[in-house]
Design a protein around this ligand. Sequence first.
Ligand SMILES: N[C@@H](CCC(=O)N[C@@H](CS)C(=O)NCC(=O)O)C(=O)O
Length: 189
Amino acid sequence: MKLFGSLTSPYVRRLRIWLENTDYEFVALDVFSSEGRAQLESVSPARKIPLLQLGKETIFDSRIIFSFLNKKLQREELTLDDENTLSLIDEANQAYVHLFMLSKSGVDTHQDSFYFNLQREHINNLLLHFEGMVSAGHFKQWNYPAICLFCLLDWIDFRHLENLENTPALKEFRDKHQDHEYVQLTNPR
Ligand SMILES: N[C@@H](CCC(=O)N[C@@H](CS)C(=O)NCC(=O)O)C(=O)O
């Protein structure tokens, strides 16, 4: 089993942390180098990571990879609420990835315009929703949804996209989990 990814992607890191005791090969690519892109193109038409190769099967998208492996390894049971939470974490993650790419392309993402105002509103609502969930005692178990939330929070902090001081419960949640051995081993800093 081979997992293709990068050392910084939050979508890849969530799977690496979740798979900490599983035997597999991790193929680390620099997706923004020409070499990395060529390697990615040879395995995926979407040129996105993470991607899993298992025998003749190739699986795209972290959510599908997780569902496939979770069924195969019989690791954890997700409720409908957990699935909804994962969708919200992915929404927030995708919005931040777009803002990061735009900012890397020289676009002022703090500008007062329709698209950026909507994105900020969207992101702020989602963060406040997660802040409320953590304050109400959710994410106590270190399972896949908690790992996904951790990877989102740690990545937006790493990329300076958000100041976690503004959401104290989320900051505490992120800080509390930073000492796990595999969290340290996958730290992109
Ligand atoms: N929905 C996808 C999102 C994956 C994604 O956005 N990956 C980014 C890295 S964080 C990527 O491959 N970027 C390379 C590119 O867009 O060229 C998943 O959950 O796997």
